[in-house]
Design a protein around this ligand. Structure first.
Ligand code: BEZ
Length: 211
């Protein structure tokens, strides 16, 4: 059975570009993003890892640790990281997991045999402080992910966790958010002193609470 939202993310120990890591220990009480890429020394992956390195401070500001994974060997990762740093003008300091035996890839369902028998597809998991899977997205090998969208979802997930609000379609940081159905309108009036716009009993907006 493959992983589903709300499931506990499998723990693992792994060889990585920054040493051996115990996944849960590494995440601590914060949020985590684990994403797979098909292979080292490939063009789309090079840009993705470069972009992730560029956004490292954004992830840190959100108390989120990022880990990348492929089934390549550790010594291959080392040379490729030099290339990423050179071509993308970054310093990759987050861990690249060398999942040679594919045990992590299999536990997370990152290998889709009808796409490739051997390589991981572009899977991405956001894991909450409770170690539950909050988001899963899967891209094909040929499409690089939008890491600004990953940050946007992370912001939305953290707003939901901290303030009982949801975010509407195409929501962007600073825009109004939606009060979740579990909060009554009476309770919402108290909980959200910045104001409540009741469009329908089930559609209630309030200014972003942490702004
Ligand atoms: C890439 O990562 O660049 C890539 C991998 C497989 C197919 C196409 C692109």
């Amino acid at each position: 059975m493959s992983l589903r939202l709300g499931d506990i993310a499998p723990d693992f120990k792994a060889k990585t570009s920054v040493g051996e890591i115990d996944f849960y220990e590494y995440l601590g009480n914060g949020w985590g993003i684990l994403f797979s890429h098909p292979a080292d020394y490939t063009p789309v992956c090079t840009t993705e890892l470069g972009k992730t390195a560029l956004l490292q401070e954004e992830f840190a500001n959100r108390n989120t640790k990022v880990l990348a994974l492929s089934v390549d060997k550790l010594d291959k990762h080392a040379g490729w990281i030099n290339d990423i740093n050179e071509t993308q003008k970054v310093t990759v300091s987050f861990p690249l997991i060398a999942d040679e035996d594919k045990s992590i890839a299999n536990a997370y369902g990152m290998i889709h045999p009808n796409a490739s028998e051997t390589f991981t597809v572009r899977s991405l998991f956001i894991i909450g402080p409770d170690k539950k899977v909050k988001l899963m997205i899967t891209y094909p090998a040929s499409t690089g992910r939008n890491f600004h969208e990953v940050l946007r979802v992370l912001d939305s997930l953290q707003l939901t966790a901290n303030y009982s609000v949801a975010t509407p379609a195409d929501w962007k940081e600073g825009e109004d958010v939606i009060v979740v159905p579990a909060v009554s309108t009476e309770a919402a009036k108290e909980k959200f002193p910045k104001g409540l716009n009741v469009v329908k009993p089930y559609l209630r907006y309030t200014p972003q609470p942490n702004k």
